[in-house]
Design a protein around this ligand. Structure first.
Ligand code: AHR
Length: 660
């Protein structure tokens, strides 16, 4: 029989229904059976000084090249009435003077003022200075008055049109170096302010370490950090803080590796270094990117403590970045590198009567920092790494058996380098192995079972750097869009389901300056005044704020949710807050009705639902709409033992129910 028009339409309807609607998924959670404990470090943050994350970012210093140590000694400083030699010779000149090859602070600036009314020197800040109306700024500088009649330095905050926003002055006297301080208050909010110095009198004056911080730093600290940026980290409640990177640990050459000992002690004695990201990418040359180390290891430890995160420092293992020079320390010259690791543990945990414990104590923290982890090498690969790792491991464990060592498996999550590292590290009974993946959003959705078959008795995993790339790894076109964020969330349910092997995870990189970035995507974007969390940040925050203490099973027909009906899920219990927490990711373009049978424990009927959703895969947050995509919280009422939920298209949902 041939189908008539009506049967054709009905058939068509069935077909369309089959294509576009999904059967209700019936899930089950056994709330009384703990599969494994969730490590407190499960969700943390990865900090690297890339994208102006430290100088020009988290580190609240506003003066760029404050001690005239950049390769171009006057970079960041302008003498506006310049002649062709760059000096306004009629009214005055500022020239850099090298006073010492030794030590760490090699240069100062000699200012010759010929016409007090005509001469000025201006610092441009890090792509401007962000100042806020009514806010106070503390300026310090060192000066030695060499000759003439200069009696005052007038300091002004000016806007881009040279309008004065705030002013103060410093009376200077004597030809020996002295430190001076003053405070300025801004009468307006301006993202592109500059700092202008003019002089009363004429003559020669030497200047150095010209520094300005907002008074309102995180915890009001003097050598402090930007409050808004630390707040975003604090709100995440991260389990650990990894620092100082990333490739910055390794350096393009060994001489450019991060040496923590040079980052502690008096701030003015910390020798600056070119930032390896200064020249890394042709698409984003950043010639004014240097590391002042004002944000150094003491500050990283202190930050970890402030945000309740376990410190996780990573050190050079004697191999420069293998994407650059790959320079190697010969094995018989590795000792100083190993000693750095041993001394770092003493710096963090040693008594005040130990040499490095005393350094920490003198810096204002007599109590230990409670360091538990140390990382050896960043993204190294091949036999050279394994050979060096063994030496570090032996030395660290023989002195500090309780410190957990983090090793690395290279830059890729599969392939020869990865396989080799996995095999060798397993043979060595490595404790924690760092894995990195910068992959497409599809990869994240498809690899949600990555850890399902990892050996439960083998090394634990630190997913130390990951982020979905909307275009390709390190492409400047990558976006922090919603598809990337929910794909990461889907993957994270897989990491959580495998909490027995996955002990630490972190998105990377963490911060990026709107104008000073080199790498995208990044979790938090900022400019000189504002900052915002990307959708990826909110995914991280939702998971970290709800990590729980005990892993539960969440299944459909006895199987884990790994993408059936585009649904991904994990469930935990929190024995501290007495809650059952279910995380659900719907990666389908359609909303889905689901039911969850919550068996095993009596639950309160009043609960909470947190949802992060958008129907647009390309949605992003921005400075003008910073919370466009941010979690929305609502009440939830449980009727009986089964929770019924409607999961919006492309959504991340967390259901929280109190245990009776
Ligand atoms: O996160 C950016 C870079 O990516 C890190 O420095 C490095 O470890 C990885 O290759």
């Amino acid at each position: 029989m041939k189908p008539n028009l009506i049967t054709k339409i009905t058939l068509c309807g069935f077909l369309l229904n089959g294509l576009y609607s999904q059967a209700q998924s019936k899930l089950e959670v056994n709330t009384s059976k703990t599969i494994t404990k969730i490590e407190p470090t499960m969700y943390g943050v990865f900090f690297e000084d890339i994208n102006f994350a430290a100088d020009g970012g988290l580190y609240a210093e506003m003066v760029k090249n404050r001690s005239f140590e950049f390769d171009d000694r006057l970079m960041g400083w302008k003498q506006p009435k310049s002649d062709k030699h760059n000096y306004n010779t009629e009214s005055g000149i500022a020239v850099p003077v090298q006073f010492s090859q030794k030590g760490t602070n090699h240069n100062y600036c000699r200012v010759t003022v010929k016409d007090a009314k005509g001469y000025e020197i201006i610092n441009e800040g890090f792509r401007g200075m962000g100042v806020k109306s009514g806010a106070k700024y503390n300026l310090t500088l060192k000066a030695a008055n060499q000759s003439g009649t200069i009696s005052k330095i007038i300091v002004q905050l000016i806007d881009k049109d040279n309008k004065v926003l705030g002013e103060s002055s410093i009376a200077v006297s004597g030809n020996s170096w002295k430190e001076y301080t003053t405070q300025l208050t801004s009468n307006a909010t301006e993202a592109k302010a500059k700092l202008r110095f003019t002089f009363e009198g004429t003559g020669v004056i030497d200047l150095d370490m010209i520094s300005m911080f907002p008074e309102d730093t995180w915890k009001g600290r003097k050598n402090g950090m930007r409050k808004d940026l630390v707040q975003l980290l604090y709100d995440m409640q991260p389990g650990f803080l990894r620092f100082p990177g990333g490739c910055i640990v390794e350096g393009r050459t060994l001489a450019q590796r991060y040496q923590w000992k040079k980052s502690v002690g008096a701030v003015e004695d910390r020798e600056i270094l070119i930032n390896r990201w200064n020249t890394e990418f042709e698409h984003k040359p950043t010639p004014d990117y240097f590391q002042s180390f004002g944000l150094g290891f003491f500050e990283y430890f202190q930050l970890s403590e402030d945000i309740g995160a376990s410190p996780l420092p990573i050190l050079s293992c004697g191999m420069a970045c293998q994407f650059n020079t790959g320079e190697l320390v010969p094995m018989d010259k590795l000792d100083p590198y190993v000693q750095d690791a041993i001394d770092l543990i003493e710096f963090a945990n040693g008594g005040t009567d130990t040499p490095w414990g005393k350094v920490r104590s003198d810096m204002g923290h007599p109590k230990p920092f409670n360091l538990k982890f140390i990382g050896v090498g960043n993204e190294q690969w091949g036999p050279d790494y394994i050979e060096r790792f063994k030496v570090f491991e032996k030395a660290i464990k023989s002195k500090y058996p309780n410190i957990t060592i983090v090793s690395g498996s290279g830059p890729f999550p599969e392939g020869d380098y990865f396989e080799y590292a996995q095999t060798e590290l397993k043979k060595l009974n490595a404790e924690i192995v760092d894995e990195h993946y910068y992959k497409s959003p599809e990869w994240f959705r498809k690899n949600v079972t990555r850890y399902d078959n990892y050996d439960r008795k083998g090394p634990k995993i630190f997913a130390g750097e990951y982020a979905a790339q909307s275009v390709a790894i390190a492409s400047p076109e990558n976006k922090n869009n919603w598809e990337c964020a929910f794909s990461e969330a889907a993957f994270m349910t897989g990491m959580e389901r495998n909490a027995e092997v996955v002990h630490l995870t972190s998105y990377a990189p963490l911060f990026a300056h709107e104008e000073g970035w080199q790498w995208t995507p990044d979790m938090i974007w900022f400019n000189n005044l504002e900052s915002f969390g990307t959708p990826n940040y909110y995914v991280q925050k939702m998971f970290a704020n709800n990590k729980g203490t005990d892993l539960l099973a969440i299944t459909q027909d006895g199987k884990a949710l790994i993408g059936q009906n585009d649904l991904f899920a994990s469930a935990v219990k929190d024995t501290n807050t007495k809650e059952v927490i279910v995380k659900l990711v719907n990666t389908s373009a359609k909303a889905q009705d689901i039911s969850i049978d919550l068996k095993g424990t009596k639950l309160e009927s009043k609960g909470k639902i947190i949802t992060l959703a958008s129907s647009d895969l390309n949605d992003e947050n921005s400075f003008s709409n910073p919370k466009k995509l941010s979690p929305k919280e609502s009440e939830y009422t449980l009727k009986g033992e089964k929770a019924a939920l409607n999961l919006p298209a492309y959504s991340v949902t967390i259901l929280k129910l109190k245990i009776k």
